[in-house]
Design a protein around this ligand. Sequence first.
Ligand SMILES: [Zn+2]
Length: 125
Amino acid sequence: MSDTLDPIVRTWIALLDSAEVLLRTAGGRDPGAFDRVHIAVDLLLKHEHILTAAQRELARRTVWLRDNPEPLPADTSTWGHCHCPACLLDAQLARARQHYPALLARAVDIALPQPTPTTQGELFA
Ligand SMILES: [Zn+2]
């Protein structure tokens, strides 16, 4: 790995490599193996979340060039995206807002009901 890379990008690559090694070597007879893989992936995604889109794209490009003899894929437009659970949920909500604006507005009403006259004074008493 190049020492000229941004340390935060190098860390992401090291976390990815670590998670892949743990996954490859996880044995079915080791009950803690998949817990360690889960922890490694969780750390990778938490780290990924703090990277900028440009840093994520650079990290994925660096790994691709290191591991693949083929040229880069034609479409790398998603390489800057974060895959942590919070960002995936945010992206799903953004798509839902685009496709079902009325449904989503109704869902917010259901999730956040307004106080009714019978409970208004009781909530903060
Ligand atoms: Zn994220």
